[in-house]
Design a protein. Structure first.
Ligand code: NAD
Length: 361
């Protein structure tokens, strides 16, 4: 059956990196039997300019109808003075909430060719391959009550609520255990169960779930230790699962172990495997329109889309091998270039991957 992909280029470098992704998808359609339909729509600042809101109804409708959404990036300093309700980032948050994308998969993979980009010693990071599963639609970022109130003594008090229902923990836990089953079957659940009752429940539910996954080795770690271990001995981790806020912080820490923001994809999935796929970087306004952006994070996001929503694991492998092949050829965009590398622009890098798709398997 033909699957539908909604393409949302967004702002800044978004249109450039998405153009490279569309070329890859077209190649997979024409030469490798990928059966998809693609449609494009506006989101973020581009949608605000055209319709006065970052997530127009027409875009949301198309997103709901699609099997997968491929997003470039949103945001620009141009919109920073806008009311928070219509800022570009609201488009992204709105899509995550409206599509119930509760499971955020953030791989941190170090390509051996780019080991010099990491700030850590090669013997600490070589072979790094971690998947962080972050809960995305609950926890303290969404918990009620929240706000800033005036106390009786006149001073102001800020407050937020960390809250997780058992069902929310269970569904992100399942997503993490399923992910671990597809990898090395090691799952580390990160919490702060010694201080926060909410994450005491988190730990209990993870232990209950582990009975359904006897092959997966479940371990637990407090978040402060997990932060230390990620920079001390990151290769000990295979899959990590954690709450929204802990995952926000730990996934960016893990990303930086690889040293290159332009290489890292992400997936946000609902309970049925529908997903939104996007690079982890932002819209990079400083290099927008200059053919300098690295498109590989976006192309690796397409590979995740092939694997997790389109059930095309072979094509996902082919695309990942094509990215590896262009790195082996010595091609680099400026963000990942070291001395002696052949520096190419966004479009050349994209074309090189399209060509490499023919030669890899
Ligand atoms: P950013 O990720 O856009 O850029 C940080 C630095 O990394 C910049 O120097 C940029 O040039 C570089 N960079 C980022 N992606 C790159 C790529 N593919 N190739 C080469 N270099 C790349 O973060 P920022 O500067 O903090 O934010 C810029 C805008 O993006 C802001 O409006 C912010 O709100 C938005 N933002 C959006 C998302 C998203 O859409 N998911 C995520 C983060 C930030």
């Amino acid at each position: 059956m033909t699957k539908k992909i909604l393409v949302l280029p967004g702002d800044g470098i978004g249109p450039e990196i998405i153009a490279a992704a569309i070329n890859v998808l077209k190649k997979l359609q024409s030469d490798f039997g990928l059966n998809v339909e693609m449609e494009s729509a506006l989101v973020g600042g581009a949608a605000y300019d055209a319709h006065g809101k970052p997530l127009p109804e027409a875009t949301l409708k198309l997103a709901k109808e699609a099997d997968a959404v491929l997003l470039g990036a949103v945001g620009s300093p141009k919109y920073e003075s806008l009311d928070i309700a219509v800022r570009p980032e609201k488009g992204l948050l709105g899509l995550r909430a409206e599509l119930s994308l509760f499971s955020n998969l953030r791989p941190a993979f170090l390509y051996p060719q780019l080991i010099a980009s990491s700030t850590l010693k090669p013997d600490v990071v070589s072979g790094l391959d971690i998947m962080i599963v972050r809960e995305l639609t609950g926890g303290i970022y969404f918990g009620e009550p929240r706000g800033i109130r005036r106390l009786e003594n006149g001073e102001r008090q800020g407050f937020n609520t960390l809250v997780y229902a058992e069902s929310e923990i269970r569904r992100i836990g399942r997503s993490a255990f399923d992910t671990a089953m597809k990898r090395n079957k090691q799952l580390c659940s990160v919490d702060k169960a010694n201080v926060l009752e909410c994450t005491e429940l988190w730990r209990e539910v993870m232990i209950e779930l582990s009975k359904d996954y006897p092959e997966v080795v479940l371990s637990h770690m407090y978040v402060d230790n997990a932060a230390m271990q990620l920079v001390r001995a990151p290769r000990q981790f295979d899959v990590m699962v954690t709450t929204n806020m802990f995952g926000d912080i730990l996934s960016d820490t893990a990303a930086m172990l690889t040293g290159s923001i332009g290489m890292l994809p992400s997936a946000s999935l609902d309970a049925e495997g529908k997903g939104m796929y996007e690079p982890i970087h932002g819209s990079a306004p400083d290099i927008a329109g200059k053919n300098r952006a690295n498109p590989l994070a976006t192309l690796l996001s397409v590979a995740m889309m092939l694997r997790y929503t389109l059930n095309e694991a072979e094509l996902a492998n082919r695309l990942e091998h094509a990215v590896n092949a262009v790195l082996n050829q010595g091609l680099r965009t400026v963000d990942i270039a070291s001395e002696g590398a052949t520096v190419v622009g966004t479009s050349q890098m994209g074309e090189a991957v399209v060509t490499a798709l023919e030669t890899v398997s």
